[in-house]
Design a protein around this ligand. Structure first.
Ligand SMILES: *Cc1c(COP(=O)(O)O)cnc(C)c1O
Length: 397
């Protein structure tokens, strides 16, 4: 008798009663816009910015409309111009090259290692081609950040970190997002805290952050921010920075604040689930899992398996067989972009050179999100199903 899984791979936890109450009280007041404040009121958005800055330990924080907005805003704050080249990961999701393309800049893709992090040897080779690296900690895998920063510093490359999958994680005790000049986070439903849509930008750099605040649509109301540089910094940028509206509102901020307080506990819950899956999959013939480095504080909100050098038909066979038993796996290596997954060569607006070493790895990456609505028993069952089906196809092949 084969066991099947019946859970839902896209079902997130409900919003807590505390967060719902906070949202209701914002709605009762009718003041949803971040600058709509009463005398002396700080407001949910500024409070959230202060709390997130304190959480990661940055001087400044700006809450915005989405993670993708934060990425483009960081590039604009750095004055990246149309036609400029920006280094980024070949293994990432579409909003990353999309943010680069949105301002007319041109992505230069850097390869991926078998550990699913940016290939530092390839970065070293390409570092002189651009002044900015948009580093995606894709699927929560964090590279050796000291080595990466040494390469970037040596080549005068400024780093923007895309922490959409590492909010709550870190490297050698430093929170993810605290190595680069700026870092971006997403609070979209499928990330680590959920406001439907939303994002953050953090930095310690006064000028970059003042520019980001102006860009986000502050008009001349920047003094109403709770975690922004002091007003005199804005004197130097306010006439030169365009308004590209992308603010967060109090309603979203109100539901995020209680979630931020719960984040560390959620990280523990994710990692318990991730580690059950990881140990259940270890040693499956033909399949490699990514062992997490000692220095990495990861957030196991998803898990990746690599079917290295498997023929396409057999990978499809595994996906089909697991799907029949209720386990939805996503394949990053498919020639056609499907749902959230796509490959760097499917972004045809961004021409790329062939990267055979990277292609070999991308072709084998199979991915699964881990919603917190899954129990630990669910995760053990899912691991058994994947192990069975991968073994069956591997032995037949
Ligand atoms: C989700 C995501 C983003 C963008 O976040 P949105 O809030 O959806 O715009 C950026 N990078 C990565 C890797 C993501 O997964």
């Amino acid at each position: 008798m084969s066991e099947d899984f019946t859970g839902n791979f896209t079902q997130q936890l409900p919003i807590s009663e505390e967060a719902i109450q906070a949202a209701v009280s914002v709605m009762r007041g009718g003041r949803l816009h971040r600058y709509n404040l009463t005398e002396g009121e700080i407001g949910e958005v500024s409070l959230l910015e202060q709390e997130f800055a304190a959480y990661v330990g940055s001087n400044f924080c700006l809450a915005v409309a989405s993670g993708g907005y934060a990425l483009a805003c960081a590039l604009r704050a750095m004055d990246v111009k149309p036609g400029d080249r920006v280094l980024t990961n070949a293994f990432t999701l579409a909003p990353v090259p999309g943010a680069i393309a949105s301002i007319g800049a041109v992505p230069v893709f850097v390869g991926v290692t078998e550990g699913l992090v940016i290939d530092l040897a390839d970065l070293e080779v390409k570092a002189d081609q651009a002044d900015v690296l948009m580093l995606s900690h894709m699927r929560g895998h964090i590279c050796d950040m000291e080595a990466l920063m040494a390469i970037c510093d040596a080549h005068g490359v400024t780093v923007i970190e895309d922490c959409a999958h590492t909010m709550g994680g870190g490297w050698k005790g430093v929170p993810s997002g605290r190595h680069g000049a700026m870092a971006c986070y997403s609070t979209q439903t499928y990330k680590h805290i959920n406001s439907g849509e939303g994002g953050f930008l953090i930095s310690d750099d006064e000028t970059l952050m003042a520019r980001a605040v102006m860009l986000s649509g502050s008009y001349m109301l920047y003094e109403r921010h709770g975690a922004a540089p002091s007003p005199e910094i804005f004197e130097g940028v306010k006439y030169h920075t365009p308004n590209v509206s992308g603010r967060m509102d109090h309603l979203r901020a109100a539901i995020l604040r209680p979630q931020l307080r719960e984040l560390d506990a959620q990280v523990v819950a994710w990692n318990e689930r991730h580690d059950i899956l990881l140990s259940g999959l270890q040693g499956t013939p033909g399949l490699t899992v990514v062992e997490r480095p000692e220095d990495e504080a990861y957030v196991g909100s998803s898990i990746q398996m690599v079917l290295l050098d498997w023929p396409e038909e057999q990978i499809n066979e595994v996906l089909t067989r697991c799907g029949k038993r209720g386990v939805e796996l996503k394949w990053f290596g498919g020639a056609e972009p499907v749902a959230f997954t796509s490959r760097y060569d499917s972004w045809r607006y961004a021409p790329s050179e062939a990267m055979p070493k990277t292609d070999r790895i991308l072709k084998g990456i199979v991915d699964m999100r881990i919603p917190l609505t899954f129990s630990e028993a669910d995760c053990a069952l899912i691991a058994r199903i994947i192990r069975d089906e991968v073994s069956a196809v591997f032995q037949a092949g």
